[in-house]
Design a protein around this ligand. Structure first.
Ligand SMILES: [Zn+2]
Length: 512
């Protein structure tokens, strides 16, 4: 996600320059170019098949889901995130209001007819708000794939969040039941939270069959350009069949015929930017250009974008932008005006395709991993396009980072679970501000080449998998030839007395 809490100061801080995309794009990856594998080449931990029917009038999505995976325990859990928005949920308070807005209608997901390898099992809902489905797998072995089937009925809530709708579109983020991750020390069953992107999932293959009334179109984490479309008569429905290989989630946006697409190519990747008639054409074109150029830049710097498509879609929402595999949601405000903030939002969501998408992490306990790297990448991209124009953004993050002493005094730091941040501001200042400033400071000391070499290695070594904070310490320690703990302690644990030790470590690690 991208936090908009600071838009006011960013707009003030940026000097808008009229001509932007004149710079040529010079390859820098060089001899150590890290290859990312194609998603079809890698076996995925699970495969999901969903057959769904979308009713745009009632905002109900019904269907079946079949998931095949190797059991890791005598049970499995599926997150049922939409139940966080059911009528009985207490979503009061300032933090929820920032996410959901004031105007809301509840939603939920109902599960029925759960089967394990064809055998019916009871529907066991867990968690305070039934946001988990527990599926018994007694006697199942990790040596064999197990198949869990279920029926579901999703009433899409109406609010300002990641799963909602308006008169022209419905955007489905974190909507399908999704397997919980089992870590070395147990299941990750964290509930939805107001602050952060409280998600964590493994790579999976998806095959979706989506039935929609005529007059609608869709964009998704799957590959729409090779979707099989079937028209049904006389029901006047279109059925789309789509695949996605090795993605951590499957997001879907359904749009009416007011939506238009701009298309382009970055290498072999089809980039589509979805806007509506009546949007400012200059703003739309600009968002599309940022999507294409940033995808290209990150590909050179951090490793090839391995998926076939990338969709940038106008949705409602509170979030500025919200990342999903091969698709990002961009808040509608940015399609109505040429706004420098929009550059940063699209560049940020695009960078998440590497940090979150290709390399995952536990976004509940270690939100700093993907957000700090993503926002650092955003800064690097903006800087590469126009240093003068990037200055406002970079200064803003460095300023946010300097507020850390106040947070340290309250016992807060960067490397803590999302639920421990008391406010959106504290989360933004620490995870985005302090986190990104850490990488930026390292770049200023080591230089872009040395840092990006390291980040290419990070992406290469962890592609299609998960990374954690300990691995980042190891990576930094290895690169520097000295234990990076003081550096991490200073920046992320806010042990501010470690400032000198952090500086010494950076100096030691610098390649001359
Ligand atoms: Zn983000």
């Amino acid at each position: 996600m991208w936090r908009k809490g600071w838009i006011g100061s960013l707009v003030v801080g940026i000097v808008l320059i009229g001509i932007l995309w004149v710079k040529s794009w010079v390859g820098q990856a060089g001899a150590d170019e890290a290859q990312t594998f194609s998603p079809e080449q890698i076996p995925a931990a699970a495969s999901y098949r969903a057959d769904v029917r979308v009713d745009m009038k009632t905002h109900v999505v019904t269907g079946t889901l079949t998931v095949r995976f190797a059991p890791q325990d005598d049970k499995a859990y599926f997150h049922l995130y939409p139940n966080a928005f059911q009528a009985k949920a207490d979503l009061s308070g300032e933090n929820w209001e920032q996410v959901l807005g004031k105007q809301r209608e509840p939603g939920n997901i109902q599960i029925s007819e759960v089967r394990v390898d064809g055998q019916s099992v009871p529907v066991q809902l867990k968690g305070e708000l039934d946001t988990l489905l527990q599926v018994p797998l007694i006697g199942k072995s990790a040596a064999h794939q197990t198949e869990v089937e279920m029926r579901f009925a999703l009433q899409v809530p109406f609010n300002n969040g990641r799963l909602s709708y308006n008169d022209h579109a419905m955007w489905l983020g974190n909507w399908l039941p999704i397997l919980s991750v089992k870590g070395e020390d147990g299941w990750r069953l964290d509930p939805y939270s107001a602050i952060g992107d409280p998600f964590y999932s493994d790579m999976a293959n998806y095959h979706l069959r989506v039935q929609l009334a005529d007059g609608y179109q869709l964009a998704s984490s799957g590959i729409e350009s090779i979707a099989v479309m079937t028209q049904t008569r006389p029901q006047r429905q279109t059925i789309y069949e789509m695949d996605a290989w090795n993605v951590r989630d499957f997001a879907l946006v359904i749009m009416d015929d007011t939506y238009r697409q701009l298309t382009g190519k970055v290498g072999d990747v089809a980039v589509r930017t979805w806007s509506q008639e009546g949007d400012d054409p200059a703003a739309v074109d600009r968002l599309h250009q940022v999507a294409m150029h940033s995808l290209h830049y990150y590909g050179e710097q951090f490793g090839r974008y391995p998926y076939q498509e990338y969709d940038v879609v106008k949705t409602g929402g509170f979030f500025g932008g919200m990342e999903y595999p091969s698709i990002v949601f961009i808040q509608d405000d940015y399609f109505g005006r040429t706004d420098p903030v929009a550059d940063a939002i699209v560049a940020h969501e695009t960078a998440h395709q590497w940090f979150y998408g290709l390399v995952g992490n536990d976004e509940v306990r270690e939100a700093w991993i993907d957000e700090s790297l993503t926002d650092y990448a955003t800064m690097a991209f903006l800087q590469s396009v126009d240093p003068n124009r990037a200055r406002g953004y970079i200064q803003l993050r460095l300023r946010q980072s300097k507020t850390s002493a106040e947070y340290a005094a309250q016992g807060l730091h960067v490397w803590q679970p999302v639920a421990q941040f008391p406010t959106w501001k504290s989360y933004t200042d620490l995870v985005y501000g302090r986190g990104a400033a850490m990488w930026w400071t390292l770049r200023e000391s080591w230089g872009t080449d040395q840092l990006h070499h390291l980040l290419r290695k990070y992406v290469h070594d962890n592609q299609y998998a998960q990374a954690d904070g300990k691995e980042i310490i190891d990576l930094l320690s290895h690169a520097a030839g000295a234990d990076a703990t003081p550096f991490i302690d200073f920046w992320l644990k806010l042990k501010l007395e470690q400032a000198d030790a952090a500086e010494t470590w950076m100096q030691k690690g610098k390649h001359e």
